[in-house]
Design a protein around this ligand. Structure first.
Ligand SMILES: CCCCCC/C=C\CC(=O)SCCNC(=O)CCNC(=O)[C@H](O)C(C)(C)COP(=O)(O)OP(=O)(O)OC[C@H]1O[C@@H](n2cnc3c(N)ncnc32)[C@H](O)[C@@H]1OP(=O)(O)O
Length: 280
């Protein structure tokens, strides 16, 4: 009953409160009737994840956990990109300390999202490469708009994604599909991602994607939230424990790899190609 009421409210479209613009790069809006919070990334043009966006995401996740929201929907303010992953400009020609900060804050966002007991869903309203895919797969449910790309393309960039970064991805895909995709650095189209199980539903608009995410979160309306949350965390406990054991070493390894002349050269070429793409 509660569930169907919740769905009706979602379908009717209800009022919402903007809880926080505490930062410029994310906003949190809570739907008054469903109690579900929408966390929107807003760093034009592509939500590339610089340290500020990563810090703002953490602050917004904490805010949603503390304001008794019933669930969290992650989405983007932009029309064709969910998130382009880490801001490569911030990692290029910089010092090791900055690289350590970038990676530490990426880890912090991931653990905040992956390890929250709240129901989470991603309304993927555009491309979601690398760090974009990481955020989407940290959520429990994914709804994606058609004709975009999602995947972990690190291998194509000449770098190795650590195990924690792959864990959301490997949790939802059959092992052999995940292994092949990760070794190829494969980007899936929306349709391919749906067929493989990387996304749960396809929606024709952002609004529909958010509604479908809200319906997923609404499906827990009759379930005791404490039991639900603890059950979710039991499923994720092994990944989280393994991550906690290596997190400091992982920062050092990333900073050493990303600052190496070889990887800096790859980043330089990659950035050049991105810039030239716009001129073609
Ligand atoms: C190379 C070594 C990396 C070290 C290790 C990091 C480990 C893993 C995690 C990561 O997340 S790495 C980041 C990987 N991300 C990508 O490979 C995505 C690259 N971007 C794209 O493929 C496309 O931009 C897009 C997301 C599909 C969107 O395409 P669209 O055509 O809509 O927009 P563009 O014209 O390509 O880009 C607009 C504008 O944004 C700049 N930009 C795009 N992505 C990034 C990024 N990741 N970091 C910083 N800046 C980015 C792009 O250069 C354009 O800028 P202007 O030319 O307009 O100034």
């Amino acid at each position: 009953m509660l569930h169907s009421n919740l769905l009706r409210l979602v379908a009717r479209g209800s009022s919402s409160r903007l809880m926080s613009t505490a930062t410029k790069l994310t906003t949190v809006e809570v739907n008054d009737e469903t109690g579900i919070a929408t966390l929107t990334m807003n760093r034009p043009p592509v939500n590339s994840q610089n340290v500020q966006l990563l810090l703002d995401l953490q602050a917004s996740i904490s805010e949603i956990e503390n304001n008794k929201s019933r669930g969290l929907i992650l989405t983007s303010a932009h029309s064709n990109v969910f998130s382009a992953g880490l801001d490569i400009f911030e990692m290029y020609n910089t010092d090791v300390e900055r690289l350590r900060t970038v990676w530490t804050e990426l880890q912090n966002v991931w653990i905040a999202l992956y390890g929250t007991s709240l129901p989470t869903a991603a309304a993927i309203n555009g491309h979601a490469p690398a760090g974009g895919c990481l955020l989407a797969t940290a959520c429990e449910y994914r709804v994606m708009r058609p004709n975009f790309l999602i995947g972990l393309n690190e291998a194509q960039l000449g770098i190795i994604a650590p195990k924690w970064l792959m864990s959301g991805f490997t949790n939802v895909l059959p092992k052999r599909v995940a292994e092949r995709a990760l070794t190829q650095g494969r980007m899936f189209t929306t349709q391919e991602a749906f067929e493989a199980g990387l996304v749960d539903e396809i929606a024709s608009s952002k609004e529909e994607a958010v509604e479908k995410c809200a319906a997923f979160i609404g499906s827990f309306a009759k379930v005791n939230p404490l039991a639900r949350g603890l059950t979710k965390l039991q499923f994720r406990a092994d990944n989280i424990k393994e991550f906690e054991k290596i997190r400091e070493k992982d920062v050092a390894d990333f900073a050493a790899l990303a600052s190496s002349p070889e990887v800096q050269k790859v980043m330089g070429t990659y950035l050049e190609n991105l810039k030239n793409k716009g001129k073609k």
